[in-house]
Design a protein around this ligand. Structure first.
Ligand SMILES: CC(C)(COP(=O)(O)OP(=O)(O)OC[C@H]1O[C@@H](n2cnc3c(N)ncnc32)[C@H](O)[C@@H]1OP(=O)(O)O)[C@@H](O)C(=O)NCCC(=O)NCCS
Length: 176
């Protein structure tokens, strides 16, 4: 079952994130890794700043979460995590599909450049990497993250975002 999480579920969301984030250990740059990967305070701040978590429940227990955040004209997918023991069973796919149905806005997702499995996961679902220049611009425009995280991240966008960009570019050409 997929359902919206409650802010009172901070503890279980925190546990899922930090269990799943073990995947990053030894993979992302050492200066970006810390334990816990995300503190309770950081998670609380993210929720207060508008990240809404949706969760996948199995036998009454949350085993995966994905956050969404509406920022300006886009929807961001934030913090997608499935418990290590529950991966490769299609839970991530179900969460992603459910979140995509909730918006008509273009969708962007940022992840670590070194998290090749995450890039592959989104690509499998029709997202495409934006160029490095575009990535820097988008991360500064829509996210509030440190410069070093911008350097070490990638951004993927859905087809709606690429179509909107194409229309903007065509519009600019007509104006010239
Ligand atoms: C990225 C993540 C959320 C995906 O969750 P997931 O539940 O494993 O996702 P899915 O099961 O839908 O798909 C993952 C893979 O399992 C495969 N799979 C799905 N159902 C399967 C099944 N029944 N049997 C075997 N493989 C299966 C998918 O084809 C996919 O293959 P791929 O690795 O070639 O892309 C999860 O790997 C995770 O939490 N990773 C650590 C944190 C992370 O990287 N988060 C992303 C940050 S934005």
């Amino acid at each position: 079952m997929i359902r919206r999480c409650d802010s009172r579920e901070l503890e279980i969301i925190y546990a899922i994130i930090n269990d799943a984030a073990q995947a990053y250990k030894g993979i992302i740059p050492a200066d970006r890794w810390k334990e816990p990967y995300m503190s309770r305070d950081e998670l609380r701040r993210e929720m207060n700043e508008g990240v809404v978590f949706w969760g996948y429940e199995e036998q009454g227990e949350l085993v995966g979460v994905m956050g969404i955040q509406h920022v300006q004209d886009v929807m961001l997918i934030r913090h997608a995590y499935v418990r290590t023991s529950k991966r490769h069973q299609g839970i991530g796919k179900k969460l992603l599909c459910s979140l995509r149905e909730q918006t008509t806005r273009p969708i962007l997702v940022g992840t670590w450049a070194d998290a090749v499995w995450a890039v592959r996961f989104y690509e499998k679902h029709g997202f495409r990497l934006v160029s490095p220049e575009e990535k820097d611009r988008l991360l500064s425009k829509y996210w509030s993250i440190p410069e070093r995280q911008i350097e070490t991240s990638v951004v993927l966008a859905d087809s709606k975002w690429f179509e909107a960009r194409q229309r903007r570019r065509s519009g600019l050409c007509l104006l010239k």
